[in-house]
Write a protein that binds this ligand. Structure first.
Ligand SMILES: N[C@@H](CCC(=O)N[C@@H](CS)C(=O)NCC(=O)O)C(=O)O
Length: 319
């Protein structure tokens, strides 16, 4: 099956290997922004548009960074319908989502095919459209936040540095293990098609949760004594964990709320500007439970769990 004729019920089918392991597709549109005009996409005001889903953890990272850096008036953004069908992400008016304000596209696929008529990957969020050249610049989520942090500094809040030079090596190392075991780990568990592949992935998720629980018992943030890109990488997975991954992706050895430090850390972030205000549990739940019918064929969205994200976190004592 070619990627352009993806299964209506399971768009990642091509990425589930004979071993039953989910191996995520490589990123295919990977141009970079530049502060100094050294690439074809210089950092400019009112030129670029970020397409996101509020359900998607990969997109959530770019939404948080855009907000924390104060780039909302520089890079415009719009939100797709959280429920995806066989045509992929759609632009539609509804609670928290809208039609495409830039191109009037009905489906995100149109942005990809306008960029490259031979595009065969999945039509994913987040991705960034360039009004000037009429194409997508990138759908590679790690580059998006790093470029916002390092190439748009002329336009961003000078008091916020999420990728400080002296912490970059440690941030990159932490991000790598978090990506493998946690961010993508929950997907490797949820999309596994054999018992062995599932168990390996779930083991990695909870082994890394143990490591994080220990690390966060001693420090308020993942790296250094400030908020960084690493915290922004972890938070979107944590905020989705008990409402989606625990049940829908069968990551159910424990819940986030069973880890005092990790749960306190997640609430600490949630209660800050840029974090809780960018979380939409309605989009998250409807997306996961209604978009993967090979996992949840009834598409029934669970009512719970009931969680108190605003409960005091007590993390101030750590610095
Ligand atoms: N760009 C990355 C991560 C982004 C990603 O997977 N986003 C999901 C939503 S959480 C998506 O847009 N999926 C569309 C699809 O599978 O057709 C990838 O291609 O794996």
């Amino acid at each position: 099956m070619s990627s352009n004729a993806r299964s209506a019920t399971n768009p990642v089918k091509d990425e589930v290997k004979a071993s039953g392991k989910f191996v995520r597709q490589p990123y295919t549109i990977r141009d970079r922004f530049s502060a100094d005009g050294s690439t074809a996409f210089p950092a400019e005001r009112d030129r670029y548009h970020l397409y996101v889903s509020l359900a998607c953890p990969w997109a959530h990272r770019s939404i948080i960074v855009r907000k924390l850096l104060g780039l909302e008036d520089v890079i415009s953004m719009s939100v797709v319908d959280p429920v995806r069908d066989e045509k992929g992400w759609a632009f539609r008016d509804g609670p928290g989502h809208s039609e495409d304000p830039v191109n009037g596209f009905a489906y995100l696929s149109e942005a990809y095919l306008r960029t490259d008529p031979n595009y065969t990957g999945r039509y994913t969020v987040p991705c960034i459209w360039d009004r000037k050249t009429g194409r997508l610049v990138t759908n590679n989520f790690p580059d998006i936040t790093i470029d916002f942090e390092t190439q748009f500094t002329e336009f961003s809040n000078p008091d916020v540095d999420l990728y400080p030079e002296q912490l970059r090596d440690e941030i990159d190392a932490v991000n790598e293990v978090i990506y493998e075991d946690v961010n993508n780990g929950v997907y490797r568990a949820g999309f596994a098609s054999t018992q062995d592949a599932y168990e390996e992935a779930v083991g990695a998720v909870f082994a890394r949760f143990g490591w994080l629980e220990d690390r966060l018992s001693r420090q308020r943030y993942l790296v250094g004594d400030q908020l960084t890109e690493s915290d922004i990488r972890l938070f979107p997975t944590l905020v989705r964990f008990d409402v989606a991954y625990h049940y829908h992706f069968k990551c159910n050895l424990w819940r986030l709320v069973d880890y005092p430090n990790l749960w306190g850390y997640a609430r600490d972030l949630y209660q800050r500007p840029g974090f809780g205000e960018t979380v939409n549990f309605d989009h998250i739940k409807r997306h996961y439970f209604m978009t993967h019918p090979h996992i949840n064929p009834t598409r029934i969205v669970p009512k719970g769990p009931i969680l108190d994200w605003l409960e005091p976190h007590g993390r101030e004592r750590l610095g």
